[in-house]
Ligand binder design. Structure first.
Ligand code: F6P
Length: 530
């Protein structure tokens, strides 16, 4: 067990030694602390000085990381080893952003030419749609895209689409439909015109219940107007690994943008799953997004652990979760266009590392992924920050700020930045001098937080930011000895929902547990009386 390792035990002992230190005092002891706990990478800065750690803590954390073979395992991922051992798959989202002249082999074959052929296909298609060479069935230009997908086939492209909204204005708007709740697709279709709408069916497996139900609904809606199956070809495209299933749905081979099983769902925005970004903002923007992620890949792969951003964030996460025993983690972007960032990160982190069985099949005796949540500042300040400042649970936070913005409305962007710095400071410092007789006004501070500052948020920086978190999560999987790349925990609910679907459609409700039977009877009764 990891917890028996001398490096882990050294961290436990060190925690006992320093647990009563206040971060405020660490700043007093070392006036250079602000510069000492800082990493910069072309337009991105990580300040991790406001954490309950000392130089010795970091040294011990690095020693633990090395004892886990982090550097060797990092190389295994980049070079295509089948590190997703429960599915016998390589993990190569990093290959999707690798330059053309790289060589990355899977089962002895260099996959880079395949990736670049796919990118060329996306580039050509984006050019034709944006330039009007490809039109709808009545010859009108496409103005509207509906991306139907869920999980990684939705959250990554949706978040990036929103984040880049101002980077390269286009006449094409994208709407994302994910939920099986019929309200989602119905509302999207209500605003759509069949003559000018392109449907993207995004699904790695092309079997996902929600996506297939919404895709069929969209197809039926489209055919109501187009009245001819032949027109589907102009309006439906698929992004998938499952070519046979796409063809049986009725999508023409030329309209398939394939990718491979070594791209995990939650890491798939870099594959053809990101096509909506290229269609909305142009292929050059998508390329810049990939280049930014590649820059972070290179940093992660080559920077020493001591100056490595993803490694640093991962080790701090280990410190919070396993030594300080903090169970939650907040991500707080002070940037409205990162509205969906926390939702994207929830899947990335919690689906990757929400595991309790280690790589040898044993139940872990230590905690793994925390619960991730978040909201853009300053909205969160007026919602849940009360708990962050004075609640009984300590919640480590990542603040994300963007220094320059193109919106110029009075001094609102300066206000945003002021709020960002103020919150980070208040959490760390608290109120050093308590108000006499008014304990409810006291702030203890000592609440750990990181500050990630971006010069600006363009496609390249967004790619870099997302890859930062991807690698953080990979590192934590190594530190916890778990497989970050499978997601068996989502299977049971999927199987049960199919069984219960039958029970809902038939009046016999004798199977299932007592609670489920009672609920089914209640639903049947209500449906019968309406
Ligand atoms: O929720 C499980 C999951 O498999 C995710 O990992 C994935 O992103 C999502 O479903 C969607 O899967 P697909 O792209 O195959 O439709």
């Amino acid at each position: 067990m990891l917890t028996d390792r001398p490096e882990w035990k050294a961290l436990s002992a060190h925690y006992t030694d320093i647990k009563d230190l206040h971060i405020r005092d660490l700043f007093t002891q070392n006036p250079q602390r602000g510069e000492a706990f800082l990493i910069e990478l072309n337009g991105m800065l990580l300040d991790y000085s406001k954490n309950p750690i000392t130089t010795q803590t970091m040294e011990k954390l690095h020693a633990y990381a090395r004892s886990c073979g982090l550097e060797e395992k990092r190389e295994d991922m980049f070079s295509g080893a089948k590190i997703n051992h429960t599915e016998n798959r390589a993990v190569l989202h990093t290959a999707l952003r690798a330059p053309k002249d790289s060589t990355i082999k899977v089962d002895g074959e260099n996959i880079v030419p395949y990736i670049h052929d796919g990118l060329a296909h996306m580039q050509e298609f984006s050019k034709k749609i944006r330039g009007g060479a490809l039109t709808g069935y009545t010859g009108k230009h496409f103005t509207h895209i509906i991306n139907i997908g869920i999980g990684g086939s939705d959250l990554g492209p949706k978040m990036a689409y929103e984040a880049l909204a101002n980077s390269n204005k286009s006449n094409i708007s994208v709407r994302f439909v994910s939920n099986v709740d019929p309200a989602d697709i119905s509302e999207a279709l209500q605003c759509a015109d069949p003559e000018t709408t392109l449907f993207i069916i995004a699904s790695k497996t092309f079997t996902t219940q929600e996506t297939m139900a919404n895709a069929h609904a969209a197809r039926a809606w489209f055919l109501k107007s187009a009245s001819n199956d032949a027109h589907l070809e102009k309006h439906f495209i698929a992004l998938s690994t499952n070519i046979d299933a796409v063809k049986s749905f009725g999508i023409a081979e030329d309209n398939i943008f394939p990718f491979k099983e070594w791209v995990g769902g939650r890491f798939s925005v870099w594959s053809s799953i990101g096509l909506s970004i290229s269609l909305a903002y142009g292929f050059d923007t998508f390329r810049a997004f990939l280049d930014g992620a590649h820059e972070m890949d290179e940093h992660f792969r080559t920077a020493p652990l001591e100056k490595n951003m993803p490694v640093t964030l991962a080790l701090l996460g280990l410190w919070y979760r396993n030594f300080c025993d903090y169970g939650t983690y907040a991500v707080l972007p002070y940037y409205q266009r990162l509205n969906s960032f926390a939702r994207w990160l929830q899947q990335l982190d919690m689906e990757s590392n929400g595991k309790s069985i280690d790589n040898e099949g044993h139940k872990t005796t230590y905690n793994t992924a925390p619960i991730i949540f978040g909201e853009p500042g300053t909205n969160g300040q007026h919602a849940f920050y009360q708990l962050l400042h004075q609640g009984t649970s300590i919640v480590p936070c990542d603040f994300i700020g963007v220094i320059k913005d193109e919106y110029e409305i009075g001094d609102q962007h300066t206000m945003l930045l002021a709020n960002l710095l103020a919150q980070s400071k208040a959490m760390m410092e608290g109120k050093p001098i308590p108000e006499a007789g008014k304990p409810y006004k006291n702030f203890e501070g000592n609440r750990p937080n990181n500050m990630i500052l971006l010069d600006k948020l363009d496609a390249r920086t967004l790619g870099k930011l997302m890859a930062l978190y991807e690698h953080k999560i990979f590192v934590q999987g190594i530190l916890w000895n778990i497989n970050s790349f499978d997601q068996w925990g989502v299977e049971l609910g999927k199987i049960l929902s199919k069984e219960i679907m039958n029970d809902l459609q038939s009046p016999q409700t004798e199977s299932n547990d007592a609670s489920c039977r009672t609920l089914l009877r209640h639903i049947h009764k209500k449906l019968a009386s309406s």
